[in-house]
Design a protein around this ligand. Structure first.
Ligand code: CA
Length: 725
């Protein structure tokens, strides 16, 4: 059974067979640098082969990611779900759970042959592919290693963009079972940082001045402070060797200087010579002009030129190789029944706002190119403004293949739009949701938000600040109009939209990582605990406690009990007064927790989700579930003792007590008896009527010394039971 959709669709049925899919995917390709989309570089740096896909197919002008970084975008594409649902929130600490349902797995079951070649960047090895050969992590431009299906790494001589397409063509030519339809994901590293072009492109644009964006010298006024606080500016944050490809060490303090251009050290002698020939004279001339007191402005302009030329050179490599792929599809006859897609994991700043990199919900990095050619189904040359997102790809591929679409997929199939010249069905979405949960890299504050066809609302949980933009009047997003009287109604509508989309996509504050750096003691404790985690003593810790003030107070009220029971196990106290689940999640994601590998972790969290905001129990439980999921990757062999949230308030009727009881009821679903064990000692704190006495919990929330003894004894017993001595 191929599914009802396949059998009843006249359009697809006329294509005789189920179509193949060639998904060409690059890394960090901004719309502006594709001539079918942009304007600034079109004369100097056209992309004729990508443009050909647009001419023969459909171009989506409003195509967005859900989270503007490499790994998360890929995870959303594979699963059809937003980051908080597929668990791959960031590039720093996430690891893709390859056990979850992905579109390649379903296509495989429906009779498709599946392959991914090139950049993968999801840490765990690919699952659901008949063939895969992927770059480790970010991969290298020169003579790159590829991870083979047996787990070994093999180095290949050459330039990565060429090699990925060589390997893709080899796979297409040598497929085992040519009667099967296939999906091939050709995924390029280019044009990702550090923008090292192929030898043949190193001299492109020599002697040419590339146009600058209007906002190259953005002053970051009229927007929230976070916009100025990033570390991704062309003026200040480029590394001398890594980003600017300059020799030796920095001779000017206006460069960062602790990342080397490792591509050069990977090159063979011929490649090195080509590099030296191309960059040597230009570098020498630059070093000379630096001696003559280059102004800040002149230097920023020079950095921009160096950056943008290398970026566009990398794109030349991408475009040429797309030409090779298209040519093969033509010659082999595959083209007529093959969907070809060109997309990139997110957009990029090409000097706009003075930036490189991505992460922000601003248009340049929120936008993804999405161009699709499908002979006989998609009308050639159509440009559509229908709003799509990367969570839509998976359901589209499934519907195209006549495969079932799982209910929990959050995206929507694009098939009706593809068949109807870009027109959206009447029930299509009117807005998209975006979330970026923050990373150390580039110091961009966590934020989420919504965009409809005219307005964009962004929220920064760290500072509780908001930004509203009118994209029609202010397409460059230079002015936050949150506080303007004339936008009062718009703001109200956008807030409503924000709430409803968060609800629709099951986003809750309890699962969205958040820190409390606005409070000095919290930041200090964080710094200190992180430093501790790197000590030899911490490596020996057999138990770690994670939680809020009730855990933190092992350091004072509970100290005698701690010293007796847990100090001998080298136990660590990672309790932070006032923390809610989102803060613990942030700490697990951003701390050096993998330096420590305890046998047991004791988690008690959630009572502040209840106490501060009386959040629904289910939300708090989602937050607790996320901490358990995170720990499954970071401490896979650690046993988790999950404490039922302690009682609070004097009686069973206390509304906060009731909420905690509801949480505890739901926590039972999170235990598996193999890794996660629920420990409920609440009855030991209560009398027969469920009353909590001030002798036990003096403020009806925090524990007395005697109550710490009770807790310590119960945890000790459980630890023994788990075989830790
Ligand atoms: Ca990327």
């Amino acid at each position: 059974m191929l599914g009802v959709i396949f059998l009843t669709s006249t359009v697809i049925a006329s294509a005789a067979e189920r179509p193949n899919i060639v998904f060409i995917f690059t890394d960090d390709h901004a719309l502006e640098a594709i001539s079918a989309y942009g304007t600034r570089f079109n004369k100097i740096s056209p992309t004729p082969n990508i443009d050909r896909i647009a001419k023969e197919g459909m171009l989506f002008e409003r195509s967005y990611c859900g989270n503007s970084i490499c790994g998360p975008s890929r995870a959303s594409i594979l699963t059809g779900k937003h980051s908080h649902m597929n668990g791959f929130m960031d590039n720093n600490f996430s690891r893709f759970d390859g056990n979850q349902t992905t579109f390649p797995k379903i296509l495989q079951k429906s009779g498709y042959e599946t392959a991914v070649i090139g950049k993968w960047h999801l840490i765990s090895n690919p699952t659901g592919f008949d063939y895969w050969e992927v770059l480790p992590d970010q991969g290298s431009y020169y003579n790159p290693d590829f991870i083979q299906m047996d787990g070994s790494k093999k180095r290949f001589e050459g330039y990565v963009t060429d090699l990925v397409v060589d390997k893709s063509l080899d796979w297409l030519k040598n497929r085992k079972d040519k009667s099967k339809p296939f999906v091939l994901m050709t995924q390029q590293k280019a044009p990702h940082r550090n923008w090292v072009p192929a030898e043949r492109h190193m001299n492109l644009f020599d002697g040419i001045d590339i146009p600058e964006p209007e906002s190259l010298f953005d002053d970051y006024k009229n927007r929230v402070d976070a916009v100025a606080k990033q570390k991704m500016s062309i003026a200040k944050d480029f590394h001398w060797s890594h980003d600017m490809l300059l020799p030796g060490r920095a001779t000017d303090p206006r460069f960062v200087d602790n990342l080397n251009n490792n591509e050069y050290s990977r090159m063979n002698d011929t490649q090195k010579k080509a590099f030296d020939d191309a960059y040597g004279d230009e570098n020498a001339a630059f070093l000379e002009s630096l001696k003559n007191d280059m102004s800040d402005e002149e230097l920023t302009r020079w950095k921009y030129q160096r950056y943008i030329k290398n970026y566009l050179r990398c794109i030349r490599g991408v475009d040429e190789n797309i030409g090779r792929l298209l040519e093969y599809l033509d010659k082999s006859g595959l083209a007529k029944n093959t969907i070809v897609i060109y997309a990139s994991d997110q957009g990029f700043y090409l000097g706009e706002h003075g930036w490189y990199d991505k992460r922000w919900m601003f248009e340049e990095s929120l936008s993804m190119p999405f161009i699709i050619r499908w002979p006989g189904v998609v009308k050639p040359g159509v440009r559509t403004k229908t709003m799509i997102q990367n969570i839509d790809y998976a359901p589209t591929f499934l519907e195209v293949a006549g495969a079932p679409i799982p209910n929990d997929i959050q995206g929507k199939s694009l098939l009706p739009i593809l068949k109807n010249e870009g027109e959206a069905p009447t029930d299509w979405r009117s807005a998209i949701y975006y979330e970026y949960s923050g990373e150390y890299t580039h110091s961009v504050a966590a934020h989420d938000g919504v965009r409809n066809d005219r307005y964009k609302l962004m929220h920064f949980p760290d500072t509780k600040k908001w930004m509203l933009f009118d994209l029609e009047k202010d397409p460059q997003e230079m002015k936050n109009i949150m506080a303007e009287k004339e936008y009062e109604t718009v703001l109200k509508d956008m807030r409503g939209l924000y709430d409803s989309l968060r609800k629709q996509y099951q986003v809750t504050t309890s699962t969205f990582p958040d820190q409390r750096w606005d409070q000095k003691w919290w930041k200090d404790r964080w710094d200190e605990k992180n430093k501790d985690a790197n000590t030899p003593e911490a490596k020996k810790a057999r138990v770690v406690f994670l939680g809020d003030s009730i855990t933190q107070a092992w350091e004072n009220t509970g100290k005698p009990a701690w010293d007796k029971h847990f100090a001998p196990l080298g136990a660590l106290n990672w309790g932070y007064s006032g923390d809610r689940t989102e803060h613990l999640i942030w700490r697990l994601q951003n701390g050096d927790i993998q330096r420590v590998n305890p046998e047991v972790a004791v988690i008690l969290i959630g009572t502040n989700n209840t106490g501060h905001e009386q959040r629904p129990a289910a939300e708090t439980v989602s937050g607790i579930r996320r901490t358990l999921d995170d720990l499954a990757w970071k401490w896979p062999s650690t046993k988790i003792i999950l404490m039922s949230v302690f009682p609070r308030g004097a009686t069973k009727e206390d509304p906060l007590r009731k909420l905690n009881s509801e949480i505890n009821e739901q926590l039972k679903t999170l235990t598996d008896g193999k890794r996660v064990y629920l420990l409920d000692i609440n009855n030991q704190f209560l009398d027969a009527d469920g009353k909590l006495s001030k002798d036990v919990f003096p403020d009806l929330l925090h524990l007395s010394p005697a109550a710490y003894n009770t807790w310590a004894a119960a945890v000790s017993e459980k630890i023994n039971e788990l075989g830790v001595k």
